[in-house]
Design a protein around this ligand. Structure first.
Ligand SMILES: Cc1ncc(COP(=O)(O)O)c(C=O)c1O
Length: 307
């Protein structure tokens, strides 16, 4: 359960956690039209805390709203950047998670309600290991969902709240069948991603991940891993991955702000490779944590220090 913190940023100011409420006529509660982000902050090597890739997350929030079209965020980029930092600082968040959420408020009803106020919240909380306490060390077991990702809907590169109903049923089915996460395929049967993570496989030393033209969320962790892999001389392919490629992979792992870099141990009854985590997964996982913790010079300007 999420433990309340002290403040939530609501429509321009910090309010006590318990007062950040919405009316039952809030449009997004009925029709699922909201956009959101998930951001993490980490304790860095020098003892300070830094938000990882705040800039990329806020850009994606504005892009998601632009794709959704009817959500016009009533703040500028720099106002939201300041608000995220202020929220983390006011709550003494330290290492934690930050959720900007933009919804359509009350007013008109019906799916297309043009004049409803746009409400913006920035919610912090402490979130440990998203896929289980030791998931990063031991890897997780996953199944392939029967629910497919449709190509002809609002683009999945937008992080829209309504997209996540499919993620919820896929994950519920996986858990019911004794697995920890689901992998989702598209209508043609290509591997797309997890319910809230991007997916990578390793085959003969090459790192592969579903192409960004497929209906995936263009994950910021995915992008970080691609950069780190290329920087360390690895061959990276954004491509089309079939279920057979997945079963024959030497290694597989999920990436996400919440899931970080989580090795995949088995897919259904099939064990991936010979060791979990495999050597490349382990190397990328280490590089990722060294990067988010500021152990290298921040050449990509990914860290925003908050103290
Ligand atoms: C569907 C989906 N795919 C992938 C990801 C990973 O994205 P990111 O690395 O930007 O957190 C997420 C997490 O937000 C997600 O919800």
């Amino acid at each position: 359960m999420v433990k309340p913190m002290e403040f939530i940023w609501m429509d321009g100011k910090l309010v006590p956690w318990g007062e950040a409420n919405v009316h039952v006529m809030t449009h997004s509660l009925h029709y699922g039209m909201g956009v959101f982000e998930g951001i993490r902050s980490y304790r860095c090597a020098d003892g300070r805390f830094a938000i990882f890739r705040l800039n990329s997350h806020l850009n994606r929030l504005f892009e998601s709203a632009a794709i959704a079209e009817i959500i016009k965020i009533p703040y500028t980029y720099s106002e939201l950047e300041k608000a995220v930092i202020e929220t983390a600082q006011a709550n003494k968040l330290g290492e934690g998670y930050i959720r900007p959420l933009v919804v359509l408020g009350e007013g008109n009803m019906g799916p297309l309600s043009k004049d409803n106020p746009v409400r913006v919240f920035i919610i912090p909380w402490k979130w440990g290991r998203y896929l289980g306490r030791d998931a990063l060390d031991r890897g997780i077991s996953v199944s392939i969902s029967k629910w497919r990702r449709a190509n002809s809907v609002l683009p999945f590169q937008a992080k829209i709240t309504g997209h996540y109903v499919n993620a919820a049923v896929a994950r519920r089915d996986a858990e019911k069948a004794g697995f920890e996460e689901a992998i989702i395929k598209d209508e043609s049967g290509y591997i797309i991603e997890g319910s809230a993570e991007n997916i990578f496989i390793v085959k003969d030393g090459t790192l592969m991940t579903p192409d960004s033209r497929l209906p995936i969320l263009r994950g910021i962790t995915r992008d970080s891993i691609i950069c780190l892999a290329k920087d360390s001389g690895m061959r990276v392919e954004e491509t089309y991955i079939s279920e057979a490629d997945l079963s024959n992979a030497d290694e597989a792992f999920f990436t996400g702000t919440a899931a970080e870099v989580t090795p995949i141990k088995n897919i259904g009854e099939i064990f991936v490779g010979t060791a979990c985590p495999g050597p490349i997964t382990e190397k990328l996982q280490t590089l990722y944590f060294q990067t988010v913790r500021g152990e290298f010079p921040d050449k990509h300007h990914w860290l925003t220090y908050i103290d």
